[in-house]
Design a protein around this ligand. Structure first.
Ligand code: ARG
Length: 455
């Protein structure tokens, strides 16, 4: 039997009942719902809106439902439209008439808004924790493998040699901004809507501060209409997730590229590569591919949440019930991705020598020669042209700058030395870049120390 009734008390059509049920979605916020009801009941008794006996009966009943739910001894039945109605019905079964007083000075509108804020705060804290872990793993990697020489790319063309530490720090800094963004989202989520009722407040003397404090909120949402209608904290959370996933998808793509035979820079660690059902040699970076793939879904979640409130008149509209699937999806996919990325990086094997020889005299050191001319007074544009011609000449002879060593370079400019050695050494090139933010090891170490203070 459907408990959903139209305004005259007749049962609504089964089709509408099933269509509008949020019960399944509500299971995720069931514990928060009970917590919020406990706080509300305590406040009702405290302010004398209900008697203390009724307050005690409600607390006892709600506590029991919480335990029953945790143990699986009670489950909201499909005849209920949502968790709020199901809990109330169970409460009346358990404590009788007192249960019928719980909904005094409350509406499902402020109730669901409160539940979701409580839930979101907790999940955001979990994402923050996992981001701190990921940044920590990357910083550990910088300490252990940070001096590994790798090509730095622009346009995926070799640009200049850099340290792996420099590269990892670029991600770590970006992730630290993600962390900041999530912290901002938490601050704006951390306000209690409870006591706003349907949209206009209530004639009963509720104490909103007391329920907010009981529930651990940092304050209340000041305006009752705003309290029940606002979903921008969900949109902000999803935006934070989307930005974070954009970053993770880049990191994932690098793992895919770097573990390929063409790059051979890393091997997916023990337990993080999967085999092929047909090709025995395969060690596939599925985890990284999935993080890359899941990012798109999270971007879509943000879109869905934005479109949900677009043009929606105030205050509560049933459309808002549709906020949870994209919210849950964005949060859980992001949480899973951050955690997996940390685990993959912890287990990753880095080939520390892979580029040591290959980068010696590599064309990506051409800028060194140009900069050397500049240091001797040659305008950079001229130096650039000279070295471009030299590079072309080297390319025709095998593509390494070393072929111009021992005097050949001088035909391109009299100020180019016979001995190109110091300019063809990638490690020397890296260590010359000691400017703030440069790839030199001292700079890498300085940044690690800075970031360690954040995480
Ligand atoms: N199940 C609803 C939701 O999730 C709860 C609020 C319903 N409010 C109402 N007036 N029908 O949004």
């Amino acid at each position: 039997m459907s408990r959903l009734r139209d305004r005259f008390g007749s049962e609504v059509d089964r089709l509408l009942h099933d269509f509008s049920s949020s019960l399944e979605l509500d299971l995720e916020i069931a514990d928060e719902d009970l917590e919020a009801s406990l706080a509300h009941a305590a406040m009702l008794a405290e302010t004398g809106i209900i008697t203390s006996e009724d307050g005690e009966a409600l607390a006892r009943g709600l506590q029991q439902i919480r335990e029953e739910l945790a143990e699986g001894a009670w489950q909201p039945g499909p005849e209920h439209e949502d968790i709020h109605m199901a809990v109330e019905a169970r409460l009346v079964e358990l404590v009788g008439d007192a249960g019928r007083r719980l909904h005094t000075a409350r509406s499902r509108n402020d109730q669901v808004a409160t539940d979701v804020r409580l839930w979101l705060k907790r999940r955001l804290a979990e994402i923050e924790e996992s981001l701190i872990e990921l940044i920590g793993v990357l910083l550990d990697r910088v300490s252990s493998n940070g001096r590994t020489l790798i090509p730095g790319y622009t346009h995926l063309q070799r640009a200049q040699p850099i340290l792996l530490g420099h590269h990892l720090l670029a991600h770590a800094w970006a992730l630290s901004r993600d962390l900041e963004r999530f912290a901002g989202a938490v601050r704006r989520t951390d306000r209690s809507p409870l006591g706003a009722c349907a949209l206009a407040g209530t004639p009963h003397p509720v104490d909103r501060t007391s329920t907010a404090e009981r529930l651990g909120f940092d304050g209340v949402v000041e305006n009752a209409m705003d309290a029940v209608a606002a979903r921008d904290h969900l949109q902000e959370a999803a935006a934070c997730c989307a930005i974070c996933m954009a970053r993770l998808s880049q990191m994932a793509e690098e793992l895919v590229l770097w573990s390929s035979a063409e790059f051979r820079m890393v091997r997916m660690g023990e337990g993080f590569a999967t085999s092929s059902s047909i090709m025995p040699q395969k060690a596939n970076p599925d985890g990284a591919e999935l993080v890359r793939g899941k990012a798109g879904g999270v971007f879509a979640d943000l879109q869905t949440l934005l479109i949900l409130t677009k043009g929606l008149p105030l205050a509560y509209n049933r459309d808002l019930q549709e906020d949870r699937p994209p919210l849950y999806h964005a949060i859980f996919q992001t949480l899973g991705s951050v955690r997996l990325m940390a685990a993959m990086w912890r287990a990753l094997e880095v080939d520390a020598d892979r580029f040591e020889n290959e980068l010696s005299g590599d064309l990506s050191l051409a800028t060194e020669l140009a900069d050397h001319l500049v240091e001797q007074g040659v305008p950079f544009r001229d130096a650039h042209e000279v070295v471009a011609r030299l590079v072309h000449w080297c390319e025709e002879r095998g593509g390494n700058l070393a072929v111009a060593d021992g005097g050949a370079a001088r035909q391109f400019h009299p100020l180019l030395p016979d001995d190109l050695g110091p300019w063809l050494d990638p490690r020397a090139a890296v260590e010359r870049r000691t400017t703030r933010g440069g790839t030199a090891w001292t700079e890498v170490e300085r940044q690690v120390a800075l970031l360690r203070k954040v995480v």
